[in-house]
Design a protein around this ligand. Structure first.
Ligand SMILES: *Cc1c(COP(=O)(O)O)cnc(C)c1O
Length: 386
């Protein structure tokens, strides 16, 4: 009986501070949400709770159904997104919980170019005979709408990684809803400070919390947020059944990282704006993808939907060799995969077969801009590009 899914879902018993959080700006919520209810000598921060089970009689019972530390992180993300959050062992575990709960035979509408491990995950479902895929250019709204007929799920990534395209989420979510199609938005690159997809009609928001939310490249974590209580409950039940729960220490680190999300993003986005402009002028750089350019192909949607221009940019160099040399020569910037940490990370995305097969140019470099001094970052890039 110890593994019956909690009736109460992921949120567990935590409701502390909710009344205080109503109406706050996100810059305040990242600091204030997910703290224990105040009281004499109650800790100000949610402690790491290491337990596999709880005394009987509560809604949780067993820690696969939820943990106090991960529930605090979920409260904070739920407050930021305007929904009920369930956290997972990784972003991929979160995505898998959604995809594997689709009935066999379901049709998934997805971007032709997006986070390539998601494509690999979806392709694996096709190989199992479980799902069929309709890849579409998600910036082409009419084509997406045509593809929605008979589909079960519309998967969007906003903005896409690494090409930084932006889909018309409000229009697509409305059309999807009218056809009984659920809309999921991977908003990892936007963060809740840049976009609240549930406000624009999405049913579920997905984040790799590994990236900006935790923000220090020291934890793997993922989260799903739904506004509909039933759907959130089903997600929490799914997590309990498949067991892809986050560890308490990871949840602590994710929440600890979240506290500084707003100031980290402010600096990283400001750095990115400067570096994008300078890279565009560099003779060895043939093209820069950046949400803040006035000539971004979806500049109108960027202005309408996004609260910031992000701290990821990508660019092509005049040769694959140049891109590889750049990654090898950087000193302050780290040559490593991933994004969203305080430290700047760079890699040639075009080196991955899964990227090339979805159209990413071989010489495309992705640059996750950190919070270092912008002039030090530029000096490093300039010497590595020369
Ligand atoms: C990293 C990433 C993921 C996967 O998340 P993990 O935490 O690495 O499992 C999903 N989507 C995007 C956009 C990502 O950048």
């Amino acid at each position: 009986m110890d593994d019956i899914p909690s009736e109460d879902g992921s949120a567990g018993t935590r409701t502390a501070g909710r009344h205080l959080n109503a109406g706050l700006h996100p810059e305040s919520l990242v600091v204030s949400a997910g703290r224990p209810a105040p009281g004499p000598d109650v800790p100000v921060n949610q402690p790491v709770v290491l337990t596999a089970t709880y005394h009987a009689g509560g809604p949780r019972g067993y820690a696969r159904a939820g943990n106090d530390t991960s529930a605090a992180f979920e409260d904070a993300i739920g407050a930021l997104e305007g929904g009920l959050a369930t956290s997972f062992a990784s972003g991929m575990a979160a995505s898998s919980a959604l995809i594997e709960s689709l009935p066999t035979g379901s049709v998934l509408v997805l971007p032709t170019s997006f986070y390539n491990h998601h494509r690999t995950l979806f392709d694996a479902q096709v190989e199992l005979g479980r799902l069929s895929l309709r890849p579409v250019d998600t910036t082409d709204t009419d084509t997406v709408i045509t593809a929605l007929d008979g589909a079960a799920l519309l998967w969007l990534e906003l903005p896409t990684n690494p090409m930084l395209t932006v889909a018309d989420l409000p229009a697509l979510a409305t059309e999807a809803r009218a056809r009984g199609v659920r809309t999921v938005v991977d908003a990892t690159l936007a963060t809740p400070l840049g976009l609240r997809p549930l406000d624009h009609g999405a049913d579920v928001v997905m984040h790799s919390a590994t990236k900006w939310l935790a923000g220090h490249s020291d934890v793997i974590s993922g989260v799903l947020v739904a506004r509909d209580r039933d759907l959130a409950q089903r997600i929490a039940t799914r997590r309990n059944l498949t067991g892809a729960i986050p560890g308490a220490l990871e949840s602590y680190l994710a929440l600890r990282g979240l506290r500084t999300l707003a100031v980290r993003m402010e600096r990283a986005c400001a750095n990115t704006a400067v570096l994008a402009g300078r890279l565009r002028e560099h003779p060895a750089v043939t093209g820069v993808h950046y949400l803040g350019f006035a000539d971004h192909p979806q500049a109108d949607l960027v202005a309408k939907l996004l609260g910031h221009h992000g701290a990821v940019l990508s660019f092509t160099t005049d040769s694959v060799q140049r891109a590889d040399d750049l990654c090898r020569r950087v000193e302050l910037i780290t040559h490593a995969t991933s994004l969203g940490g305080v430290e700047s990370l760079i890699e040639r995305r075009g080196a991955y077969p899964g990227e090339v097969s979805q159209g990413t140019p071989a010489e495309l470099v992705r640059f996750s801009v950190g919070i270092e001094h912008v002039e030090d970052l530029w000096s490093d890039l300039a010497q590595a590009l020369s």
